[in-house]
Design a protein around this ligand. Sequence first.
Ligand SMILES: [Zn+2]
Length: 290
Amino acid sequence: MKENIYSRSRRRTPWTDKTSVTPLESFLDNHAAEEYSHRHPHISDTRESEFLNTFEPSGCPYCGKERYKRFGYLRTGLRRYRCLECGKTFTILTGTLFENHKQPISEWIDTCLELFSEQSFEAISKANRKAYNTTRYWIDKIFLALRGTQDGIMLSGNVYLDETYLKVIKRDVERRSDGKEYRGISRNQICIGIAYDGIHVYCCILGHGKPSQKSVFERFKDHIALGSTLIHDKEKAHKKLVQELELKSMEYDSKGLKGVPDSENPLDPINRRCYELQRPHAAASWLQQR
Ligand SMILES: [Zn+2]
């Protein structure tokens, strides 16, 4: 593990490497160790196998056949099966994301709740007694698992469309020749397109700075049904999309709606989705670091 401030173990204390410690240091170490094991339980302590054993496999994950028999248990208490066709052994987790998992599922649940709450990586890492990079690694895994989940989304009926921006992280900020930052919407902003039909949300990155007609069209053309009604602001970049998908366009001047109560604002449904994306959570900071 790299020895920098962000990736140091949360178990270490300044006297971890000392050969003799004072009673206070020892007391604090014990407390830290208890807290750590509370945060990082062994799978067998969480009773997750008991829970997983309530599921019955639909078939052998290797050959797909339904002829199998129970075949004892793993060390974790998870039930094992043996296929009567291909002879392979498997568990309910074989072929899933949780096959060979080292972290208890309950810890994944806690981490997901935290990662999608309004906390920073640093705060989550500290609270969970995890190294900063471990938290980064976990969210990478979650996004990998989520990759492709939007592919089949097709919005229809009244479809709201808008863009929102997240600033790039400090390291990536580009400056003008006089050293000052660009003002307004610039290449230092990641543009995220959001479409919503009252049921599903479809989000995508449209690029840096203001979106183009081409990027909006390309990213949304397979996710908005032909002939839908597009409810949006007067953004010119939506033009090609409206034309090509033969959308009925209902445009509102978002500036003119400033001060209008949410309940009377026709763009309120999409404004809310943008707001959700803007909340300062770890998922947003993950996006900014890509
Ligand atoms: Zn089989």
